[in-house]
Design a protein around this ligand. Sequence first.
Ligand SMILES: *Cc1c(COP(=O)(O)O)cnc(C)c1O
Length: 370
Amino acid sequence: MSELTSLALPHVASLHAYTPGLQPGESGWVKLNTNECPYPPSPRVMDAIRTALGADGSSLRLYPNPKSAPLRAAVARHHGAGLTAENVIIGNGSDDLLNLLVRAFCANSANAGITFPSYSLYPVLIGIQDGRTEVIPFDRSMRLPVDRIISSTARAFFLTSPNAPTGVAFSNAELERVLAGFPGLLIVDEAYAPFAEENAVSLLAAHPRLVVVRTLSKAHALAGIRVGYALAHPEIIGLLDRVRDSYNVNALSQAAALAAIEDPDYYAAIIARIKATRDRTIADFAVRRRWFTYPSSANFVFTEPKDAHGVSSPAVAKSAYDFLVAHKVLVRIFPSHALTASFLRITVGTDQEMLVLSDTLDTWSKTHTA
Ligand SMILES: *Cc1c(COP(=O)(O)O)cnc(C)c1O
């Protein structure tokens, strides 16, 4: 270890940074690797950014609203369900909120709970706080291990629903069983809930230990502006406000997010398109190709490719991935664990993009032998 690194706190010196999905610099890629929206945001978002900027940009001299107060109110109105602005906190992406939750509730003396597989950022954030993690693995069914979560030692448990990278959603009935038995904070990361049939917002009123985390990065086509929010009991929101950066969301992002939240009809239409493309994609993989594919309630599918001999394996998944990359189609693989290594995670793009993907995989299927 270098002298400079040894000046850092020991847990920081041994950290591994989160590995984001590739963002290729040049155009020409069919980019299906980071679950972004294939359609542009509401046109009202562009108008709101221009208005917030003003003619000469002089509004940028001023600090933004420190609490993103108008946005908190708009999010509460958008969800209804008896929520008020007191139940809402806005973050610089939902990653910011996940980080605040770890800061407030997880430490070396207070375990964080996660499932495997799920969003791989959680262990990174917990590591930054020198926290301890209890990992509860799924089996291949990917069904929620309710009893194991209930009996975990975690102070706060992070659950992704619909899950990543599988797309499998957990029902409110299952979440209520967890809430009835688990004494800690249950954080449900609903990054993909706009694509699902059910979500946990209606459970908030009866369950003060529930936190629901949302993002505008996926269904709202705004990954670049970095806005997410959390819904919870006002006391939890108050705790998160104590550990938050005072100006954590910039002025242009607040304006853009407000316009997006206030245009639900636009988003209902693109979400319906993405779900229709997703369901056709699942049929293509599961029915036509007979590749094992998890039922997806998200904007991506998790499928296990078979080679020309009908074999699935990590090497087969890697071969399909490499072939796709060579043809400028970018998807994601998760080679480090047996539960995920033989799969591809494919973001639902436009119908045209899915056609390119499908044609490229057809060519790979015919030519590849292990
Ligand atoms: C994409 C994603 C996020 C990150 O959202 P940002 O708001 O862009 O930070 C959080 N959780 C899950 C499960 C995600 O897939």
